[in-house]
Design a binder for this molecule. Structure first.
Ligand SMILES: [Zn+2]
Length: 342
C-alpha cells in the first residue's frame, strides 16, 4: 500500500515536515525536478528511505509552445489546443519527443529518483471541468495538425479520397469514417511513447519505478473518452509501467466520494495493475468547500480494495488543515480493519 503526497513547494523546515509525514504514515512523495534538485531534501529522503517520484510533465510545456507555436496540438475545430491554463503540444513530433526523453534521462542520471511519475502523457483535454452529463462530441478531439493528418495516413496506410483537399473536410472524413482507426492510432502514439521512455530510463536505472497519471474516466464515462479523447489505453499502458494513478478529484468533478472506488475498481478489473488514486484535499475550480466529513469519506473510498494506496493532492493543502490531517491519521491507521471488512 503506497501512502503519499504530491508536493509542489516546501517552505517549512525539512525535519519538521518529515516528522509530520511519518505521523501520517506517508512512505512516498511526488515532487518536481526542482524540489528534488535540492541537495538537503534529497539527502533526507534517501536517509529516511522515503520513496521519491519525480513528476515529469510530458505534453504540457508552455515554454516550448512559447518558443515554437508550431508545436501546438490542433483540435477537430481547427483551433489551437488551449483552454485557460491548459495548453498542449502535439504528441507526435519526433524532435519534441526526443528532447523529452533526453530531459528525463538527464534527471534520472543526475538526481537518481526512485521513480518517474509521467504527467500529461496524453492528448489535450481540460478534464478538470468536464462534469457528468457532457457528451463525447462536445469535448474537443485532437490532434488534427497537418503533421498528424499526414502521419495518421502514413502509419495506418489509409489515404483520404483524392477529392478531399482541405483540412477541415479531412477532419470530418476521419471522424465520420475512420474513428476506430483514429482512436487506435492516438492510443498507440501514447503507449509507444510510454514504452520508449520506460525502456530508455531503465537502461540507466533498471529498477526505476514508473507511474502514469491517467484521467479519472471509466470505460463507460463520456462514451469511451479516455481512449477516444485522451488516447490513454489503460490495458496497454498497464503492461509497461508499475503504477496507474487516476486523478480522482471527486469534488472538483461533481462526483460523490464512492465514485473514487468505482474508478479504481474499473481500472483494476481492466488492467490487474496497481492502481493508486490521487485525491484532492481542498476545493479547486468550484466555490463549495470540501467538508471534513466529505474528505474523510474520500480517503476511505480511496484506500478501499482493490486500491494499492492513495496520493494526496497536495501537501500544501494538508499542512494548512490540521483537521484533515487528523482524519488521514485515523483512517490510514484504521486501514487493516477496512480491508478486513470487505
Ligand atoms: Zn499533431
Amino acid at each position: 500500500m503506497m501512502i503519499g503526497t504530491k508536493i509542489y513547494d516546501l517552505q517549512r523546515d525539512l525535519k519538521g515536515v518529515f516528522n509530520e509525514w511519518r505521523s501520517l504514515s506517508f512512505d512516498t512523495v511526488f515532487v518536481s525536478t526542482s524540489l528534488y534538485s535540492n541537495y538537503k531534501f534529497r539527502k533526507l529522503m534517501k536517509e529516511k528511505k522515503m520513496t521519491v517520484f519525480i513528476i515529469f510533465p510530458v505534453f504540457y510545456d508552455p515554454e516550448a509552445l512559447e518558443k515554437n507555436p508550431e508545436l501546438y496540438s490542433i483540435t477537430n475545430k481547427g483551433e489551437k489546443a488551449v483552454d485557460e491554463w491548459v495548453k498542449f503540444v502535439c504528441p507526435t513530433r519526433d524532435d519534441y519527443r526526443k528532447n523529452k526523453v533526453e530531459e528525463m534521462k538527464k534527471v534520472v542520471t543526475e538526481l537518481n529518483p526512485d521513480g518517474l511519475s509521467l504527467d500529461f502523457i496524453r492528448y489535450f483535454v481540460f478534464w478538470e471541468k468536464i462534469y457528468p452529463g457532457r457528451t463525447l462530441e462536445s469535448i474537443p478531439n485532437c490532434c488534427f495538425c497537418p503533421y498528424c493528418i499526414e502521419k495518421f495516413q502514413e502509419d495506418s496506410k489509409l489515404a483520404m479520397p483524392t477529392e478531399i483537399m482541405d483540412n477541415q473536410r479531412i477532419v470530418e472524413f476521419i471522424q465520420n469514417n475512420l474513428s476506430i482507426e483514429w482512436t487506435k492510432w492516438k492510443c498507440t502514439n501514447i503507449s509507444n511513447f510510454i514504452k520508449e521512455i520506460t525502456q530508455e530510463v531503465r537502461k540507466l536505472k533498471p529498477d526505476i519505478l514508473i507511474n502514469v497519471h491517467v484521467l479519472p474516466w471509466r470505460q463507460i464515462d463520456f462514451d469511451g473518452a479516455i481512449e477516444k479523447i485522451a488516447g490513454q489505453d489503460l490495458k496497454e499502458i498497464a503492461k509497461i509501467v508499475d503504477f496507474i494513478s487516476p486523478m480522482c478529484y471527486s469534488h472538483m468533478l461533481k462526483r460523490k466520494p464512492s465514485w473514487i472506488n468505482a474508478v479504481v475498481k474499473n481500472m483494476y478489473e481492466l488492467t490487474k495493475q496497481k492502481i493508486v488514486p490521487s485525491i484532492q484535499v481542498e476545493r479547486s475550480y468550484l466555490t463549495t468547500e470540501i467538508t471534513t466529513e466529505e474528505f474523510s469519506e474520500m480517503v476511505v473510498q480511496a484506500v478501499k480494495v482493490p486500491s494499492s494506496g492513495v496520493i494526496f493532492w497536495s501537501w500544501e493543502k494538508i499542512q494548512d488543515n490540521p483537521e484533515k490531517m487528523e482524519q488521514i491519521k485515523t483512517i490510514i491507521n484504521r486501514k487493516p480493519q477496512i480491508n478486513d471488512t470487505i
